[in-house]
Design a protein around this ligand. Structure first.
Ligand SMILES: *Cc1c(COP(=O)(O)O)cnc(C)c1O
Length: 496
């Protein structure tokens, strides 16, 4: 029997895992959730003997039941290969008393690689499985990080094309360079003369264009999206939480059944939600600590039960967490309401109209798996410096938010030897902020010189992703006005 999925907003339409992955968003605007959460049915000691790929199969096969063993293993082997710079895929490092789960060893040196390296393969297999012969066209607007990780994931994957729009003057130099040097004959990168919102709005319009959809279908194409609400991104993220636990077990840091805590630097609530599912599967987890930066809409939510996006958007040094609407929170709302789709739909409607909602006292009780905190930009910098001075370990600006939240709120009560900080980006990705936080003076302007300096300080090798953009050839130079995005897509797909 297949595990089926339905929307967080209604139980009427039931789909298989592959259909949920193909559709991305449910037809009613809700997010797909599994009808039940599968349990870890093998002893953790047995899982502890597995490598990352083997463990990935254990988890994925429980959720994605309409994929065959051969299909899943093929997806896993193509995703978690030497694109990662360590066979460990997600190494656990100890610095001082704390453990850090490093999720930045993939192609773009940030945690989104963990899911975006497997999603393209899950998606193409899903198409075949559902008798769709069309090529899948991934359309994405990016403010920097997601676009590159998606490009790297989909590059040269047969049966797909990927088109990424980014604000021409709204991403960092390194981020732009990473994207416009992207290899692969199926990749297209376009700068728009506008901001991220213009790009996002344009993409939404294209997705909703019925006439274009028909033209596409005649030419053998269909659109899909790679954003973080897709269950094909969420489920692969559960794997590394189980992996971290089995590692601690194996090195004897915890005893069998002993509970651990995770501190997760959070934006869209995707990463920490995967940890919540790991706990629901039966992984011995005590607290999930949600760490926010100055955009502390989640911290306020956990403290008051009120989610309120009506506030100023703050630009910080941890840009991937600069978010006011955490889309994946809808899945948590669904679960803490006792899987009540009516209640969830009602709250989401309130959010859409007034930008705010309040949960009931009963729902708040179900939040007791979570703790939360936030760190300001100043505190984030202090955390980078403190960890470096005390241990020699260099962390990035996002990981520093999590570290600071642990230190600021929880170091008295929560045992560091059973707590894992989830490390979401390589310090090389945010070298300038990191060097500045450590207190380096006269930081060179050139980003490769910054990397060399960081290499000396951190005693960790310069990642391939940074080396490569040094010499890589520029392959994409399209630029357009926001109003011409559709025309660009038609031109790329030759469907004028
Ligand atoms: C995307 C991202 C986050 C936030 O993850 P969510 O799943 O959106 O909560 C944190 N750190 C880095 C480096 C990221 O790229």
């Amino acid at each position: 029997m297949n595990l089926m999925y339905h929307s967080t907003r209604s139980k009427e339409i039931r789909v298989t895992a592959s259909q949920a992955i193909l559709q991305g968003l449910a037809p009613d605007g809700g997010l797909f959730v599994p009808e039940s959460v599968p349990q870890l049915d093998k002893p953790l000691e047995e899982l502890a003997e597995m490598n990352y790929r083997e463990l990935a199969y254990e988890i994925l096969s429980r959720f994605l039941t309409d994929y065959s063993e051969e299909e899943l293993k093929d997806c896993i082997n193509r995703a978690y290969d030497n694109k990662f710079d360590t066979p460990d895929i997600a190494p656990l490092k100890k610095a001082g008393k704390m453990y850090y789960l490093e999720l930045f060893h993939g192609a773009t040196i940030a945690f989104k690689d963990m899911a975006l390296s497997i999603l393209p393969h899950l998606l193409t297999k899903a198409a075949r499985k559902n008798n769709i012969d069309d090529d899948i066209v991934i359309l994405t607007a990016t403010s920097g990080d997601t676009g590159k990780a998606a490009l790297a994931g989909f590059a040269d994957v047969k049966g797909t094309k990927i088109i990424v729009f980014y604000p021409k003057d709204g991403v960092s130099k390194v981020q732009e360079k990473q994207m416009i040097t992207q290899k692969g004959n199926n990749t297209y990168v376009i700068g728009i003369r506008g901001n991220f919102d213009d790009a996002q709005t344009g993409v939404k319009k294209i997705f909703g264009d019925a006439e274009l959809k028909e033209k596409m279908s005649k030419a053998g194409y269909r659109f899909s999206s790679a954003n973080s609400i897709n269950v094909g991104r969420l489920i692969p993220q559960i794997v590394y939480y189980v992996y971290a636990y089995t590692k601690l077990l194996k090195i004897g840091a915890i005893k069998s059944g002993g509970k651990i805590n995770f501190v997760v630097p959070t934006g869209n609530f995707g990463n920490i939600l995967a940890a919540y599912y790991a706990k629901k599967m039966g992984l011995p987890v005590d607290k999930l600590i949600c760490a926010s930066n100055d955009n502390k809409v989640l911290f306020d939510f956990f403290r008051t039960g009120i989610y309120d996006r009506n506030r100023e958007f703050v630009l910080t040094i941890s840009p991937s967490m600069d978010i006011l609407v955490s889309s994946n929170l809808e899945r948590l709302i669904y679960h803490i309401s006792g899987n009540d789709t009516h209640k969830t739909a009602e709250l989401m409607k309130t959010l859409n109209t007034g930008g705010r909602y309040e949960i009931s006292a009963d729902m708040r009780i179900n939040l007791n798996d979570f703790l939360s905190g936030y760190a300001t930009v100043e505190e984030t910098k202090e955390a980078i410096q403190r960890v470096y001075k005390e241990t020699g370990y260099v962390i990035d600006t996002h990981t520093a938010v999590a570290t600071e939240v642990y230190e600021k709120y929880f170091k008295e009560d929560i045992d560091p030897s059973r707590t894992v900080i989830v490390s979401t980006a390589s310090p090389y990705k945010f070298a300038e902020s990191v060097l500045e936080a450590i207190g380096i003076e006269n930081i060179p302007e050139d980003d490769f010189e910054q990397a060399k300096l960081l290499n000396k300080i951190s005693q960790t090798p310069i990642p391939k992703a940074v080396e490569e953009i040094q010499s890589a050839e520029i392959r994409h130079n399209r630029v357009c006005e926001p109003g011409d995005m559709k025309a660009e897509v038609e031109d790329i797909l030759k469907i004028i």
